[in-house]
Design a protein around this ligand. Structure first.
Ligand SMILES: Cc1ncc(COP(=O)(O)O)c(C=O)c1O
Length: 432
């Protein structure tokens, strides 16, 4: 493996400082008013100041974006811009429809339902790696429509799903393939381009959905390359506020029968009045990523700026991942630390997002998370007794792990602080 590629690339100090200034509560817990490392961004990321401010400002306006007074027109323009930013910039979709919902789960449930109910085929294919929102949507709808459910196994070494594990389940009678982009437990990024290409070799017009909730905050997704029928994400995991799930649907999927007002065009998936504040907030998230991109490329093209911004975020995060796994002169990395185990760890960091599944000997994950909190680190346990992790962990044959999910606004010094705390806990619970 090319070590240079694995090492990623850190933001320079000046840009790093500016990045951190743009986020809320990077260093201090807003409730406890104590310094802490927030390493639970996979559960909800720290927020951009600009996204929250825009949300508040727009949400204060009582006007209805479908009316014609001047402030209403302003709200309509904010909504149109946000829609454009999600579809054309975040997803890079030239055509297709926007799906809005309260959560990313609700979005993928509806997208899954429309396909399973209306597309011919006797089976649906998914994977053991799915979040319950995608998995349960498959099970509920397939059972109701009398379709067979085929589930691809995970790769116990990488924590992802191999292309062949999926393609061997697909045939001409497959109605839908639903695959997660990146795991919310292992951080493994599935090779979606290859999965789509190989799957469509078997069934050229196969409908494909992809839960991209955990990948969108770490790398640009690209409908123009992927050609899937649906993607989704949640702004609250992408530097923005809670309360919205965004989805993309291809033209053909958008036109499938779905819940809508009868008089609206057949490809409209908005039902009722989504809050314009959410559109203002996502535009600020996109502005922020483009601002990062603008430090590295000179272009007026918003998608190109965004792509470069996400690429730089990805490279910085890879450098943090490399650092935390391998350590430095100051402190040992997780891979070598006595009493510590990194689960689902493999060499190629370019196919992993900044999410680490780890364990400390003689310390159960839930207790470990409490111990970390006492030491000023917020992480989260993923255990097989939780409905949100059972299927994935059982497939890896792991009972539980500590999930550590920093973000690109973290520094190498913060990784070192985390390593020192980990060493303290490992020494305490598994002394040599
Ligand atoms: C991979 C993945 N998909 C879907 C979801 C659900 O997102 P939401 O809470 O917006 O429904 C999550 C939330 O943790 C997730 O990690």
């Amino acid at each position: 493996m090319d070590d240079k590629k694995n090492r990623g690339e850190l933001f320079d100090e000046k840009l790093m400082k500016q990045i951190r200034e743009r986020f809320l509560h990077v260093e201090e817990d807003p409730v406890l008013k104590e310094k802490r490392l927030f390493f639970d961004n996979a559960g909800g990321s720290i927020r951009l100041k600009a996204a929250n401010e825009a949300f508040k400002k727009v949400d204060e306006m009582p006007d209805c974006p479908e009316h014609s007074n001047k402030s209403a027109l302003e709200l309509a323009a904010i909504q149109a811009k946000g829609t454009e930013d999600v579809l054309r910039v975040v997803f890079n979709a030239k055509t297709g429809s926007l799906v809005t919902s309260l959560t990313a789960s609700m979005a993928i449930f509806e997208m899954t339902r429309a396909i399973i109910e209306n597309v011919p085929g006797t089976n649906v294919v998914t994977t053991k790696l799915e979040h319950p929102s995608a998995y349960d949507a498959i099970v509920l709808n397939a059972q109701r429509c009398g379709k067979e459910i085929r589930v691809a196994d995970t790769n116990k070494r990488t924590g992802g799903v191999d292309v062949e594990a999926i393609t061997k389940l697909i045939d001409m009678n497959t109605c839908l393939l639903s695959v997660i982009y990146a795991s919310n437990i292992s951080g493994a990024v599935n090779d979606m381009e290859k999965i789509v290409k190989e799957a469509r070799k078997i069934k050229p017009d196969l409908y494909i959905l992809c839960d991209s909730v955990q990948h969108v905050p770490h790398k640009a997704v690209d409908i123009d390359k992927l050609h899937v029928d649906g993607l989704n994400f949640a702004p609250y995991k992408f530097f923005g506020p809670r309360g919205m799930g965004f989805g993309y649907l291809s033209e053909r999927a958008a036109k499938l029968p779905h819940n809508k007002l009868l008089a609206k065009p057949s490809d409209v998936w908005e039902l009722g009045s989504p809050a314009p504040a959410h559109f203002a907030a996502i535009t600020e998230v996109v502005n922020y990523v483009c601002w990062i991109g603008g430090h590295f490329v000179k272009t007026e093209d918003r998608r190109k700026l965004y792509e470069e911004g996400m690429n730089r975020i990805n490279l910085h995060e890879r450098a943090l991942l490399h650092h935390v796994l391998n350590g430095s002169d100051k402190v040992e990395g997780l891979r070598k630390m006595k009493g510590v185990k990194v689960f689902l760890d493999y060499e190629d960091l370019s196919t992993r997002d900044l999410i680490i599944a780890m364990g400390i000997d003689n310390l159960d994950p839930k207790k470990a998370v409490a111990e970390y909190e006492k030491e000023g680190v917020v992480a989260f346990e993923r255990v097989s007794t939780s409905i949100y992790s059972a299927r994935m962990l059982n497939s890896f044959e792991i009972e539980g792990c500590i999930r550590v999910s920093p973000l690109h606004c973290n520094t190498v010094d913060e990784m070192d602080r985390f390593l020192m705390v980990t060493k303290k806990l490992a020494d305490k619970y598994s002394p040599r």
